[in-house]
Design a protein around this ligand. Structure first.
Ligand code: MUC
Ligand code: MG
Length: 382
């Protein structure tokens, strides 16, 4: 056993960070994010940080900040204390034995572990994940204020600032007719200056999707994310086979490698939205990406609206991936009123720049961590 990387201590805390504006999705509106931040100490003195964020408590899937915090504190951390932290896959297996599922919680611990080991070795995290294949990724922004004027003003500002020219619209909360009208007006307002995508977040049934998606494509949408329920793979497959002029992307339908295999076997999407949290960590994200590549399915770098800690972790693994990619949306930090790192990853010429320092390449600001810590502020779950 390499004593050098022995895991000594793991702690988790829930933060509450307001968003710069309400963010409206098919299942509700959020005005704050509550990421769980993990800190992990190795015997050699190195520490690493990890994160798992959910959207709207347990509204996006089963895990919530409170359940993630509980799983880490009571089950995952005890299973790893005293173990060799450099044996990443063995650590993942131990976590699987201690706790079924709970992919978000496991991902936060795995990120902190890999960050700590990478910092001990003075290597950027991407080096432990196979080496980077790119230095930057085109970065999308989500228009989800619910108000057309505000969405258009946001989009124009971001185009002028050369920060974003890919815009995702969150639909599915209103009638499909109202969504088509909203998307068409945004498309007219941007006059071909941007790439437009939509995320329905599972809100439609197959018949609604068959009827209204062609209208969104006519309006200029080129990528359609999770139009139907996560379980509704038959409808996803049919849409993938029949829709002309846009690609179908799976998000909630593709979490585990077994989900990925099923979608690949059935050719039930053109693109997978990869998210480190739902896949259960960085190494498991690479496994899902490998299945996509082998099945001629592209990938997109998804987000759960993490701070710069989780966003940097995602950027590191996305930068290592080959295959056909359709941009990323690691804009979480920009949606939050403030961050917990001393300096954010740079955005230049519409692309997110991958940091090159040791570990995650972003440095935690301990004062900011304390400022947003729920336990210190005494605020309540959403
Ligand atoms: C999702 O389902 O993709 C990501 C970006 C955003 O605006 O919401 C999320 C969740
Ligand atoms: Mg989505």
């Amino acid at each position: 056993m390499q004593d050098r990387f022995l895991i000594e201590r793991i702690e988790a805390r829930i933060l509450d960070i307001p968003t710069i504006r309400p963010h409206k999705l098919s299942f509700g509106s959020i005005s704050r994010q509550s990421p769980v931040i993990v800190q992990l100490w190795l015997r050699n003195g190195a520490t690493g940080f990890g994160e798992a964020a959910t959207i709207g408590g347990p509204s996006w899937n089963e895990e919530s900040p409170e359940s993630i915090h509980h799983a880490i504190t009571n089950h995952l951390a005890p299973s790893l204390i005293g173990q060799d932290g450099a044996r990443f896959e063995a650590c993942l297996s131990r976590m699987d034995l201690a706790c079924k599922g709970n992919a978000f919680a496991k991902s936060a611990v795995e990120i902190a572990l890999m960050d700590a080991v990478a910092r001990s070795l003075q290597l950027p995290l991407w080096q432990l994940l196979g080496g980077k294949q790119r230095d930057s990724l085109p970065l999308a922004w989500t228009l989800a204020s619910g108000d057309i004027e505000r969405d258009l003003a946001e989009a124009h500002l971001r185009l002028e600032q050369k920060r974003h020219r890919i815009f995702k619209m969150k639909i599915g909360a209103r009638t499909p007719e109202a969504d088509v009208a909203h998307v068409s007006e945004i498309a007219r307002g941007l006059q071909g200056r941007a790439t437009l995508t939509v995320d329905v977040n599972q809100a439609w049934d197959g018949a609604t999707a068959r009827r209204f998606l062609p209208q969104l494509i006519d309006a200029g949408v080129t990528l359609i994310e999770q139009p139907v329920a996560g379980w509704n793979v038959p409808a996803l497959r049919e849409l993938t086979a029949t829709l002309q002029g846009a690609l179908v992307m799976a998000d909630e339908s593709v979490c585990t490698p077994y989900d990925a295999m099923r979608l690949a076997r059935e050719q039930a999407s053109h693109v997978f939205s990869l998210k480190v949290a739902k896949h259960g960590g960085l190494l498991r994200t690479r496994k899902v990406a490998a299945i996509a590549q082998a099945a001629d399915i592209g990938w997109y770098g998804g987000t759960m609206l993490e701070t710069s800690i989780g966003s940097a972790a995602s950027a590191h693994v996305f930068a290592t991936l080959g295959g056909q990619h359709y941009n990323c949306e690691l804009f979480g930090p920009q949606l939050l009123v403030d961050d917990i790192v001393t300096e954010r990853m740079a955005i230049r010429d519409f692309e997110l720049q991958l940091p090159d320092g040791p570990g995650l390449g972003v440095e935690i600001d301990l004062q900011q961590l304390a400022r947003f810590d729920r336990a210190l502020a005494g605020s309540q779950p959403q």
